[in-house]
Structure formats: C-alpha cells, structure tokens
Design a protein around this ligand. Sequence first.
Ligand code: EPZ
Length: 422
Amino acid sequence: MDKFIIKGGTPLKGTIAISGSKNAALPVIAGALLADSPVTIHNIPRLQDIYTFNNVLRVVGAKVDFKEQENTVEIDPTLVSYLEAPYDLVRKMRASFYMLGALVGKHGYAKVSLPGGCAWGPRPVDLHLKGMEAMGIKITLDKGYVIAKADQELNGESFTLKPSSVGATVNLLLAAVLRAKKFTINNAAKEPDVVQLCNFLVKMGANIEGIGTSALIIRKVEKLNGVEISNDPDRIELGTYMIAGAMHPDSELTLTGCNADHLGNFPDLLRQTGTEVTIDGSTIHIKAPKKLKPVSVKTDIYPGFPTDLQAQWATMLTQAEGESSVTDSVYFDRFSYVPELTRLGANMHVDQNTVHIKGKTPLTGASVMSTDLRASVSLVLAAMIAKNTTEVLRVYHLDRGYESLENKLNPVGAKITRAEDN
Ligand code: EPZ
C-alpha cells in the first residue's frame, strides 16, 4: 500500500494537462457492449477504475485492448457470452453496476452483484431497479445478486428519478436503447457524463430525444454499430487543479485540454474568492489572490456545484480570510476528510450536511488517512500548502481517479514522493 510524503509550503507555477474523464469514460465503456461490432474510445485515463472495469468486460467475454500509451481502449463486444458480473469485481467499483443495463439491454439477461456501500455511507441502487421494472424488465434479487430479464420489446412508458441520479440514468439508457418501444426518463441527470453517453449511443444508431435535458425519450432500434469516439476531459480533475492553483498566494497555473463548458458556475464562484480565472478555448489560466475571500457553496446536481469538488473547495476555504460553509445536498455525509484536515490545523466542524470553516488557519504537516477518492485529493491540496512534511496514507484511493497525480504536480513545484507504506 503506497503513501505520499509531501513537503509543503511551495507555490505551484507552470502547466498541467487535464486527462480524460473517469466518470464519463465508464458509461461509454459499458455502452460498447451494446454494439454489434468493435468500439474505439480515445482519451481514456490510465486509472485503477478503468483497469478494473476493463477486467469486468473481459469476464463477460468482451475483448478489451487498452493501448495505454495512446490512452485508447478498443472493445470487441461480439464475443460476449457470460452474462454475469461477479461480486469480487463489482464491490471494488460501484460503476460496474452499469453491467446490469448493458447486459440486459443487449442480451435480455443479466446477473450482477449489488455494489458495496462506500466510504461515506450506503449508496443505494433502488432507482436503477425500480426504473428497469417500470420499463418492463423483470428484476429479482438472489443472495446479493440482481437478476434482470427482458423481452425483445418492452412496453413500459416512463419513470421519474427522485432524486435525480447519474448512475440510474446511465443504467436505464443502457437497458432501453435496444428494447424499450418508447420510454421516458423524467428528472434524468444532465451531467456531461450522461450527455456524452447519449451522443455516443446516437452515433451508434440509438434513438434518444431530449439529450442534455432532464427528460430523455428513448425509442428502441434493432441494432447498434460500433463507432470511434473521443472521451471528454475530466471536469472534476480540472476543478481540483483550479482549486490547487488558488491556495498559495504565489501560485499561477495553466491548465490545458479543458472543456470549461462542463464546469457550470464553478469558474464564477472561484472568481468570487479573488482568484483570477481566464478561459481561453481549451486552456484555463489560474492566478491565486494574495488573500482568498471566503465563498460558501451548496452542492447540487448539474449544472450546480459538483459534489465531487465539495471536499476540495472546503479545503481551500481553510485558507480564506473569514468564515464560510459548504453544504452537500447530494451526499449528506461526505465529510470524512474533515477530521483529517483538523489534524493539520484546520478550524472546521460538521453540522449535519454542512461543514463550517474558520480561516485563515496555517496548516502544519502530520500523518493523515485517505478515505475516499475526493477526500484524499483534498489532503494532498492541504499538504502542499502546509508547513513541514505531511504523510498521506492509502493513496490507492487517489490512484482510482487521478492519473499520475505526483507526475503532474511535481513539475509545477509540488514536492510529493510516493513511498511504500509497510
Ligand atoms: C456518480 O455516482 C459519480 N460516479 C460520483 O462520483 C458522483 O459523486 C455522483 O454521480 C454524483 O454526481 C460515477 O460517475 C462513476 P448518483 P452515482 O446516483 O451515479 C441517490 C467520484 O468521486 N441515489 O447520481 O452513484 C444517491 O444516494 C464519484 O468520482 C438513490 O437514492 O451517484 C445520492 O444521494 C463518487 N438511489 C444521489 O442519488 C439510487 O438508486 C445521487 O447519486 C441511486 C442514487
């Protein structure tokens, strides 16, 4: 198990290239199983979650070739024969649950393990299952597995997601495009990850109306052809590095390969802290203010403030002059990073689904524990501006979602060493 040893106190100056999006890649990799011929996807990041998901596809019989140096995945779905996704893989990564929609959508049958909970509490899949039943798919539960069976044509008419759910929207799209006569998903997620999946499915031949809105209407088509697409850049990685560039008063970062359209109101919120944010096509320039202003935020579904940037934003606010708060309305208990940050000297406390922060507090290095992907990157952000040295343990959480983090940050001034944590 690796750890990071981080010597803090240095500003970040230079250029960082943004990688392909993990959360946008996973739905299209699953969607490739719906095709009658091979699919090629470019701009796929080299991340643990991608390797894990590629293995899930191999278990069901797909041929998956990840040309890592080119960040390209080639998937041949024509040999799929085993319609089960096993617990030992699904428990590693919740998005493996997309196999349910992909397999039952293409083959009329799927047996997929229920995903485990995760670091910040249980994460239900009831909307996925109720939505499929509303579509006309027969769902049964058997010893921790979901068994889904679907006729060639499904007559269910619609389902309303309460709350809106990215994963449920993805799974229902995958199940519907080859089988649902006409099915409407109401209160569908509008995240760019969902829009990319819809555009990919339509390019393969699917019939989807309302792309980018919260009402998606799917009409079945007989077949989908393999295509070649390029995956979106990672908007959460981008937001994370924008925040990193704001936290030390002398930092100045240039981020390349971005899609600022996927950031919603995030750039304006960051500007309110006094940070200079200049968007120039696919390049974003960040210049930190001498003094950070406190800006409270509340997360929301897209295009609101993303919950996946909640921990990073709260970490930045420990360096703002004044009081502020961050409320997570998507996940009510996604604050496992807070006790770790207080070990570094942060003055913050959680009250229900809000963390209250008093800044500016100088941070001093200590040993801290990663708990989930976004919490762990927040510990790295804090460690880079803390005095002395910080040890961030269990960085495997980071390797799930941030492509070569230390190789992106050290060239711009960070001092991060990866070490064995015996
Ligand atoms: C996706 O998770 C992302 N994961 C998450 O990113 C992200 O935090 C989340 O969307 C919200 O944006 C991937 O894309 C692989 P949801 P997902 O279903 O689809 C409730 C990261 O750090 N809900 O949109 O699982 C749920 O409890 C990860 O990269 C139900 O009640 O999230 C939550 O409160 C973490 N029943 C809300 O909906 C369900 O059946 C939103 O969850 C499904 C969800």
